[in-house]
Structures are given as C-alpha cells and as structure tokens.
Design a protein around this ligand. Sequence first.
Ligand code: HGY
Ligand code: MN
Ligand code: MN
Length: 394
Amino acid sequence: MAVNAARFLEDLHTLRSFGASGVGKGVVRPAYSKADIAARRWLANRMEEAGLRVQFDPVGNLFGLAEGPSLLLGSHSDSQPQGGWLDGSLGVIAALEIARSSNRPVSVVSFQDEEGRFGVTTGSAVWSGHMRLNRADALTDLAGVPFATARATMADLAGGFVDASQFTGFVELHIEQGPVLDSERDQIGVVTDIVGIRDMVITFEGQQNHAGTTPMHLRHDAFQALATFNARLEKRFQKHLARRTVWTIGYVSLLPNASSIVPGRVSFSIQWRDSDPARLGRMEKIIRTTAKEVAAERGMTLSNGMMLGLDPVAMDPALRAALEAGAEAVAPGRWRRMPSGALHDATNVARLMPVAMLFVPSIGGISHNFAEDTDEEDLVAGLRVLDHAVQELA
Ligand code: HGY
Ligand code: MN
Ligand code: MN
C-alpha cells in the first residue's frame, strides 16, 4: 500500500491543535504540559488504530509497537516554550503514516522532552542508557520543578521501558531548522552526522542594594558581571570558532529585576555546540576560567549547575544509503548530504542500534519560532523518501 499524503497532512494539522499558540501555526507544548500529555494520548489512539501495541515508558516516551522485529521510526511531539508545528511532529506523524500503510513491520516512537525542559533530549537519553533514571530525576526545569515530579504526572499511563533489541534500526525524518536546503533549493537533506552539545547554568551572586545610594565602586552588580563575562567570552572564543561552532546565552534570570535595585543575582544558560569533542572541551575550559575571573574581579560568588552534553555521532552507512536511494528516486538532483547542527533523539538511539536521518527544508531557515514552516509539497517528499527507504530496508 502506498502512503496516504492527505491523511498524513491531516494528522499533522490535528497534532498542531494541541497547544496551538494562536500565532501562525506555532505551538506551546513543552514536555509534560497538559497539551503535551493530551497530544500523546491522541497519538496513542492513532497508533492503536494503526494496529500497533501502545506502550508508554516510565519517562513518558510513547511507543507504538509492531509484532516481532521491526524498524523504528519517529521523533518527538513536545515543543520548545515557543515552538513550531513541525519540529519533531513531522517525524512522528510520518512514522505513523508509514506504519499504517506499509506491509513491513514498522514501530513508531514519540520521545519525551527532546526539547530539553529538563536537560538535553531527556526521554531518549534515559531510554538509551546515556543518563540513568535516578540522575534524570534530580534534574530541574528553569522554574525549579524536578523531573521526577513532572514524569509522575504521566504515571497512570506508564508501563516498563521498551526492549530495544526488537528494533533493527531507527530513522528520523525532521525539518532542517536551518537555511541550507531552502537557500540552495534542494528538497531533501540526507544527514551525515549530528553535532555535539554542552549545556550548563551559571549563577553569579553579588550584593542586592539601592540603585540611588550605592556608589559605583562599592557595587557587586550581577548584571554587570554577566555583561563582562559575555564580552570576554566572545573575544576569547574568536580564535576557537570553526565553521560549525555555535554558542548561545539563551536564558537569563536577573534578580530581583527592578529598575531601582542593583541586581544581586543572575542565573543564565550557556550552551555550545560543535562537531569536534576536543573543541567542546577547550571551550568548556575557557568558559569556566572566564567565569572564575569575572567572579573574582567583581566580588561575586560563582556556582555552576550540572554540565549536560552529547557527543557528535555519525549516521549508519547502510541506513544512509537507503535514504540516499530514496532521495534520488523522489527528488532526483534535488538532494544533498549535510550535517545536522540541531540535536536529535537519534544521537541517543545510536547507542542502541544503527540510526539515520533525513531533512526537508525550513522556509527562511526559521525554527524554534512560531513562524517555523515548510511547503506541504516538501513535507510529502520527505514522507515518500522515508517510505522508499523503509521498503528497501525491510
Ligand atoms: O536544540 C536542539 O537542537 C533541538 O531542537 N532539541
Ligand atoms: Mn526536533
Ligand atoms: Mn527543537
């Protein structure tokens, strides 16, 4: 049976209705939110209708299992706090469509907390053994909620962890989330490797005080400490940046955040990504040294949260070759091999089985934004390439 493009698109749009932001096609569906859990319940029903056996695991990863050995397809259905409708969802709904149209045994997964409310790809990190459950339970989100508390909200659904030995491999379809395919007018990207990441929260604790009476030379201003740290880091990183090195301070909490108070405390995230683990290590040293220096100079107490990370991984050559053959069949001359600068569950799953990934274009290279979108023609092309590869592999 061939894939049903209309049914695939309809399900993709239905998934978007869970946590719809009301701004463009955007979604607000962070891991374990009401919208996320409702979406997972809906997905579980769709999996059952497709003849799959549904199993939630103790961290909320949702599997639809085929009988006997099968290929695993999927991605994640949680979103960023301001997320796009396709990030993760595309891979899950494409997997569902292929599972219900294919004569071959195909299982489907939607991993939990790929977007890192609690860490980095938390659900697949635990399932794959990259992070032990008791360590994950101690993680907290930015509001201080422990992972253990969040996953307990899905306890009524939870079964055991799914045995990975039934899967022969994992293939994840995803949007590119970057500008390459769109600007080069290619329709498909076959992923060669996924970059590595490190992520940590740093806190500078200074002295909260009156903004009118405290002389400048007596201040221990947490905002000024962060500003100095950022400027110094940017300068120091200059000679270490390779073409694909990126670093981001994306979260900042300044206390008490009021115009007439010298801020006493700042907590912020620092995240860096690269394809070379050695460079990630050198950048870590620079970050730690710079933070210590700035704290000493400005009379701050420094504390670092737990550093989380994933190393770069290469895609499996045989699975990749099947995707390349599919790309050539569906989009002849309009596909390319490319690295992934975004993180994906496939990185963790690679510990357990061969993995591969393919991309479709993101319009304007925009993602992690309500405006994220892809032409429906390209979404369907991605589905067809994945289906082609599945038929070849099975
Ligand atoms: O941040 C990432 O790369 C992914 O979207 N979780
Ligand atoms: Mn994603
Ligand atoms: Mn994402």
